[in-house]
Design a protein around this ligand. Structure first.
Ligand SMILES: C[S@@+](CC[C@H](N)C(=O)[O-])C[C@H]1O[C@@H](n2cnc3c(N)ncnc32)[C@H](O)[C@@H]1O
Length: 481
């Protein structure tokens, strides 16, 4: 889901729907941007995959006449105002996109979509709106209703332009075999959990639709519900109404390095985007959906970015059941609010997990490895009650936080970090084994197969990079102590 900045930002759900647009505060963003020189282009290693010169270069993209030719005039009629003098809808390798139809300068307001043309759960019957399902399911129910109405829907010109299920790659659409490719990543379990949640919401909603909108629920299968859910997750913004679809703005694709976001002005009742740099006619205009890792992008939006600087890995690190000090360690860790469970070892389950980010310098500080994880390792490395008591006493005498300082016993400090290192090394081996299995053995079976393989590779490569950076830092730390 996307988070707009109030003025608002695109998450497909933190856990992104598009994060809500930012609200305009005292400073006028346009002035702020236009008074400073345009930012430099992103460094090549983190640029988004470019597709064809027509999608990102100067060559004018073909206007998407087939399904969307009538869309913008229809939207402007409905809005009663011009939505954008600068942008046109076209196609790129990222699906539908917005392109500069003339020169754009940093600071230009490139689109303004009034709230009155947003689609929100307010468009549902109160009996369905009050259903005990989440905001995604509620908005999905609106989309489902409009899809069922076909040409009779007042939103038909918009609904027609939305991607079809076969064009979507969020992992909820992946087969079991495809999911196997990413079983090392937390995305695997999160996909399973998400599908279970969707199924639960489907049955609740279905019951309400059967009662109040039987023409919508007639012959409805779970797959019919997954599609609008995935649409909402990958293109709705947080709003005062829960989540809202912002037609036209939701054709903007993501660049993790872009500064432009969707802004929401609750007072003036419109969403707006302000260009963060100059665009030549024909260039694809991109915004940021947020600082999102490939795990989030894949789960919620169905794409990945090569070398995503926001990548991270979730790991679990628990007290082994066979540890003679199991109860005491568990007690201490829980008492000091460190994440810990009663299971052994590491897993990819997001519950009770630690998030590791890239450690940028093997020699510098280990930023990227959470202090809480190192603290847990220190507790786990203790081999006597006395050591544990000393650690707790030290915490009490200082800021109350357990295991946050290096252990006075250097051997034990090394052992603690070696313990962590051995867990991470084990994960690295598992990732490498998975990556080896995925080596392409020839032409992909289909376009979808090729796309998903590439996404799986980019996800695992990113997470492996993070794990390696952590291992390298831990190796250095233990060597240099
Ligand atoms: C908010 S919509 C953007 C419009 C969309 N391309 C369409 O066809 O309607 C988000 C979706 O666009 C695609 N997308 C956005 N940014 C992308 C990127 N950098 N790389 C690949 N796909 C991207 C993904 O399919 C994502 O779920």
């Amino acid at each position: 889901m996307l988070c707009p900045s109030r003025l608002a930002k695109l998450r497909p759900l933190p856990r992104p729907l598009l994060a809500a647009a930012r609200r305009r505060r005292g400073v006028d963003l346009r002035c702020a941007i236009s008074s400073s020189p345009p930012p430099p282009p992103p460094p090549p290693q983190v640029r988004l995959r470019t597709t064809s010169s027509s999608s990102t270069g100067l060559g004018m993209p073909s206007v998407d006449e087939e399904e969307c030719g009538d869309f913008l005039p229809w939207l402007e009629r409905k809005a009663g105002a011009e939505v954008s003098p600068f942008l046109s809808v076209g196609k790129s390798a990222y699906g539908r996109s917005l392109f500069a139809s003339k020169s754009i300068r940093a600071g230009d307001s490139i689109l303004k979509v009034p709230f009155n043309v947003e689609i929100s759960p307010d468009d549902l019957l109160p009996e369905i709106r009050s259903c005990k399902v989440g905001n995604v399911a509620k908005l999905a129910a609106v989309v489902l209703k409009e899809q069922k109405m076909g040409q009779d829907s007042e939103w038909a010109p918009y609904i027609r332009c939305l991607p079809q299920p076969e064009e979507m790659h969020s992992t909820v659409f992946w087969s079991d075999e495809e999911l196997e490719m990413i079983k090392e990543s937390s995305v695997y379990q999160r996909t399973i959990d998400k599908k279970v949640g969707m199924e639960r919401e489907f049955s609740v909603l279905r019951h309400a639709l059967d009662c109040h909108l039987p023409e919508v629920s007639k012959d409805m299968k779970f797959e019919d519900f997954m599609h609008p859910c995935a649409l909402v997750e990958s293109r709705a913004w947080e709003s005062s109404k829960g989540y809202s679809l912002v037609p036209f703005a939701d054709f903007l694709n993501h660049d993790g390095l872009a500064k432009a976001v969707l802004l929401r002005d609750e007072q003036k009742q419109f969403s707006e985007v302000i260009a963060d740099h100059n665009y030549a006619p024909g260039e694809q205009v991109l915004i940021s959906y947020g600082k999102l890792s490939n795990a989030v992008l894949l789960l919620d939006f169905g794409f990945t970015i090569p070398h995503n600087i926001y990548d991270e890995v979730q790991i679990q690190f628990n007290v082994p059941l066979q540890d003679p000090l199991y109860e005491m360690k568990l007690y201490l860790l829980q008492r000091h609010c460190l994440q810990i469970t009663r299971n052994f070892g590491i897993s990819k389950c997001p519950a009770d997990s630690f998030t590791i980010k890239e450690v940028r310098s093997a020699k510098g500080k280990g930023t990227g490895i959470p202090q809480s994880l190192r603290a847990s390792a220190r507790v786990l490395s203790c081999i006597s009650l006395e050591e544990l008591n000393d650690m707790e006493e030290e915490a009490t005498q200082n800021d109350g936080r357990l295991g946050r300082r290096p252990l006075k016993n250097i051997i034990r400090e090394i052992q603690a970090h070696q313990l962590l290192l051995s867990c991470i090394t084990k994960l690295i081996d598992q990732y490498k084994a998975s990556a080896k299995l995925m080596k392409p053995t020839g032409c992909p079976a289909s376009k979808t197969d090729g796309i998903r393989r590439l996404m799986a590779c980019e996800l695992l490569a990113g997470e492996l990079r993070i794990l390696k950076s952590a291992a390298s830092w831990l190796g250095n730390y233990t060597t240099n102590l």
